[in-house]
Design a protein around this ligand. Structure first.
Ligand code: UGA
Length: 438
């Protein structure tokens, strides 16, 4: 099938590559000429495991193309995806100006029947607005609007797209639904068909529920610290109940990234707008903010004054397997340490170039080697859940540090092993197990 993706960012580019991979003819559009030039040169603007290879392969096969020309895109695709950013307004509500602009641009280019698909995360009822807008700018245009939310995670986007848990298609027309089902048939995944409003809500409700799970276990981690219990064992114990599940019960510094913080704030704003305030989600946000505060307090309790303290930080990305630093809690932590006068030497496997470009990049030392980041450090902080941090050779870390203090903000390490190696170990919610004995 022929399809077009308008917006070649994280979601648009990976979705386009995966559709091409299963044999569709994909045209990716973006209004940023530099991004399109980069892609035409064969460079990928983001780090995502497996994506570069997949793009190269499908460009070579002629199934994946790039352009800045929206009308050309609309003519090409029987199905036209909208995958443009939906940034937050200062009050947490969603700014839909890019979606509205694309709807206006698409409208006059519609010559034959098109399915216009909302892929971006949008508030419930946006589909109706998109349809209204297209009708206003192109009365008589033959089209249907569909909501098809995306559930990919950064760092495993290609795998999530190729083998999705489910595909949600919100459509109010049989014709549009049939085309969407054909489009997704090669993925052999479970398809849930709904009305448009329900599909739109599923996305915000799913992300909010996942964030709620994280905040739930983080709240339990505070109780573990106060009572001497170990949150890892508690998570294991409750996660073995199939009704609960172990996933997304990893206690830590809290959730960040370009999705959860924005989507939870948006869902709160949407619920208030609809006159049914979802106050539980405000508590989810509060617990998330508190995780970092409690962690910083722990550091201060131990180091007393942070000013002039040399602190090694492993991890800057908002999670593992990505170079994305948007709303990264690791970065918030570094900002706070710097603000209190600490001298930070930081390492991240993928995100250092992004941090170098920030004003913060000039206030810290970015070190290419995790061991060298620990030279002379009075404490090592683990801020992102990169698996290689768990496999690091801590026997080599210890002699490089001034004092063997480790604050594990992602519970990656085993407290007993760390104690055996002579470290004083502080995890999150690991109660009595938190401080290792030499
Ligand atoms: C999230 C959702 O998981 C995807 O399903 C969704 O499609 C995506 O948002 C989106 O809306 O586009 P993503 O933000 O890429 O995906 O990353 P996650 O793996 O969900 O992690 C989000 C944050 O939660 C990270 O900061 C991570 O460190 C944190 N986290 C995750 C925890 O603190 N504990 C956990 O148990 C899991």
């Amino acid at each position: 099938m022929k399809l077009t993706i308008i917006g070649s960012g994280y979601v648009g580019l990976t979705t386009g590559a995966c559709f091409a991979e299963v044999g569709h003819e994909v045209l990716c559009v973006d209004n940023d000429p530099r991004k399109i030039e980069t892609l035409l040169r064969g460079d990928i603007p983001i780090y995502e495991p497996g994506l570069a290879e997949m793009v190269t392969k499908n460009v070579a096969a002629g199934r994946l193309r790039f352009t800045t020309d929206t009308p050309e895109g609309v003519r090409h695709g029987d199905v036209v995806f909208i995958a443009v950013p939906t940034p937050p307004n200062p009050d947490g509500s969603v700014d839909l100006k890019f979606i509205e602009k694309v709807a206006r641009e698409i409208a006059p280019a519609i010559e034959t029947y098109k399915v216009i698909v909302d892929k971006s995360t949008v508030p419930v009822k946006t589909g109706e607005k998109v349809a209204e807008t297209i009708r206003r700018y192109a009365p008589g245009a033959d089209f249907d609007v569909v909501s098809n939310p995306e559930f990919l995670r950064e760092g495993s986007a290609v795998a999530d797209l190729m083998k999705p848990d489910r595909i949600v298609i919100g459509a109010n027309s049989e014709r549009a639904l049939a085309l969407m089902q054909r489009l997704y048939a090669p993925f052999h995944a479970a398809v849930l068909t709904t009305d448009i409003a329900s599909a739109e809500l599923i996305k915000h409700a799913a992300n909010s529920f996942l964030a709620l799970k994280i905040s739930y276990i983080n709240a339990v981690s505070a109780i573990c610290e106060a009572s001497g219990a170990d949150v890892e064992m508690v998570a294991e114990g409750i996660g073995m109940d199939k009704r609960i599940g172990r996933a997304f019960l990893n206690a830590g510094l809290g959730y960040g990234g370009s999705c959860f913080p924005k989507d939870i704030a948006a869902f709160i704003a949407i619920s208030e707008d609809l006159g049914v305030p979802f106050t539980l989600l405000k508590e989810v946000e509060r617990i998330n903010r508190d995780q970092l505060e409690r962690f910083l307090k722990r550091l201060r309790d131990k180091l007393w004054v942070l000013e002039e303290k040399k602190i090694a930080v492993w991890g800057l990305a908002f999670k593992q397997n990505t170079d994305d630093i948007r709303c990264s809690v690791a970065l918030d932590l570094v900002e706070r340490l710097v603000a209190e006068g600490a001298e930070v030497r930081a390492y991240d496997p993928k995100a250092m170039d992004r941090v170098r470009d920030l004003p913060l990049g000039e206030k810290i030392v970015l070190v290419d080697d995790p061991l060298a980041a620990c030279d002379g450090a009075e404490a090592l902080v683990i801020a992102t859940e990169w698996p290689q941090f768990a496999q690091a050779d801590f026997a080599k870390v210890k002699p490089r540090m001034l004092s063997p203090l480790v604050f594990d903000g992602r519970n990656l390490l085993d407290p007993a092993t760390m104690a055996r190696l002579g470290f004083e170990y502080h995890g999150i919610g690991r109660g009595a197990a938190s401080v290792g004995e030499e």
